[in-house]
Design a protein around this ligand. Structure first.
Ligand SMILES: NC(=O)c1ccc[n+]([C@@H]2O[C@H](COP(=O)([O-])OP(=O)(O)OC[C@H]3O[C@@H](n4cnc5c(N)ncnc54)[C@H](OP(=O)(O)O)[C@@H]3O)[C@@H](O)[C@H]2O)c1
Length: 279
C-alpha cells in the first residue's frame, strides 16, 4: 500500500527534490506551501500523486487550517518531513511578533508536529526534522532577546534555529518513547538546492557556496534515509559521510549542546509556554 508523506516547503529546493524522489517510490506527497501559485506549479510538476495545501508556518491560523484539512482528507500520515525554512534572513518580525527564522524554522516545526501527533500515531508514523551543519557553529544557548535586534545577526540566528531543531527532535523522541511514532533528524550538507525548482532557472548568480556545495541528489540522500530506514533515532543525525559535506549518507553526532538534557527541557518548556502548546 502506498504511504503518505507531508513535506513542508515542498515547492522548491530540497523539499521539492525529496517530494520527487518519494513519488518515484510510490508515495502520495502533500506539499505544504505558503504561496498558492508556487504550490500549484509544484503540484503540476510532480504529477498525480502530489497534493498542494496552503501552509504558512509563521501564521498559527494557517497551521491550524492545514492540520484540519489534513485530518479531513488524509486520516493516516506516515511521514512528516519538517523541511521549510528561512536561511540567513535579515531581522524581521512575523505578524505574531516573533523573529522570522525562529518562527518558521523552529516554532512552525514544533507547532505542526505536535498538532499532527494523533494522525501520525494512527499509522505508526515518523517525524523527520531537517537541521544543518550550521548547528555546530551555535556556541551559546540563549533564550533571551530572541525577538529583538539585540545580538542578532542572520548567520548566528540561523545557526541557533538549527541547534533548536536538533534539540527539539531529540526531546520529542524522548517524550514519544512509549508511542509508535519515530523521530529522525537529517541535514543535506551544503547543497545546490536551486537545482530543484518546478521551473527553469535561467541563470544562477554564483556565490561562495556555489563552488563547494554538492548536487541535490547528494543532499537529499541522508533525508531519504531518515525517512525510509527501519530503525531510526534522533540521537544521531543523517548527513553526507565525509565531514557532513560529501559522500553517501551516514549518521553522526549533533552539536554537543543537543545532548544537554537540562537545556533541552528548558527549550521545551519555553516553547510550550510561548506557543501555548504541549503534549
Ligand atoms: N540548502 C542547503 O545546503 C541546506 C543545508 C542545511 C539545511 N538546509 C535546510 O533545508 C531546508 C530547505 O532548504 P533549501 O535549500 O531547499 O531552501 P529553499 O530553496 O529556500 O526552500 C525553502 C522552502 O521553505 C519554504 N518556506 C519559507 N518560509 C515558509 C513559511 N513561512 N511557511 C511555509 N513554507 C515556508 C519556502 O517557500 P517559498 O518558496 O514560498 O519561499 C521554500 O519552499 C531549510 O529548512 C534549510 O534550513 C538546507
Amino acid at each position: 500500500m502506498s504511504k503518505t508523506a507531508i513535506i513542508t516547503g515542498g515547492n522548491k529546493g530540497i523539499g521539492l527534490a525529496v517530494a520527487k524522489d518519494l513519488i518515484s517510490k510510490n508515495y502520495k506527497v502533500i506539499i505544504g506551501c505558503r504561496d498558492t501559485s508556487k504550490g500549484k506549479m509544484a503540484q503540476e510538476y510532480l504529477g498525480n500523486n502530489a497534493h498542494f495545501l496552503e501552509l504558512d508556518l509563521s501564521k498559527p491560523a494557517s497551521v491550524l487550517q492545514f492540520v484540519k484539512q489534513i485530518n479531513t482528507h488524509f486520516s493516516e500520515i506516515d511521514v512528516l518531513y519538517n523541511n521549510a525554512g528561512l536561511i540567513y534572513r535579515d531581522f524581521e518580525l512575523t505578524e505574531e511578533g516573533y523573529e522570522s527564522m525562529i518562527s518558521v524554522n523552529y516554532f512552525g516545526a514544533y507547532r505542526l508536529a505536535l498538532m499532527l501527533l494523533e494522525n501520525l500515531h494512527r499509522s505508526s508514523g515518523r517525524i523527520v526534522q531537517v537541521t544543518s551543519l550550521s548547528m555546530y557553529l551555535a556556541r551559546e544557548f540563549n533564550l533571551d532577546f530572541l525577538h529583538s535586534k539585540t545580538g542578532f545577526s542572520p548567520s548566528s540566528r540561523y545557526n541557533l534555529t538549527n541547534l533548536f531543531r536538533s534539540m527539539f527532535a531529540l526531546e520529542l523522541e524522548n517524550k514519544l518513547k512509549k508511542t509508535s511514532i519515530s523521530v529522525a533528524t537529517a541535514h543535506p550538507g551544503v547543497t545546490k538546492s536551486r537545482q530543484s525548482r518546478p521551473y527553469e532557472v535561467k541563470k544562477i548568480k554564483k556565490s561562495f557556496y556555489t563552488y563547494f556545495s554538492t548536487n541535490i541528489q547528494t543532499g537529499i540522500a541522508p533525508i531519504i534515509q531518515a525517512i525510509e530506514a527501519d530503525n531510526v533515532s534522533a540521537e544521531r543525525v543523517y548527513a553526507p559521510k565525509i565531514f557532513g559535506f560529501y559522500g553517501q549518507p551516514a549518521t553522526m553526532q549533533h552539536n554537543k549542546l543537543v545532548y544537554n538534557e537540562e537545556l533541552r527541557n528548558k527549550l521545551w518548556t519555553f516553547t510550550a509556554n510561548e506557543l501555548n502548546l504541549d503534549l
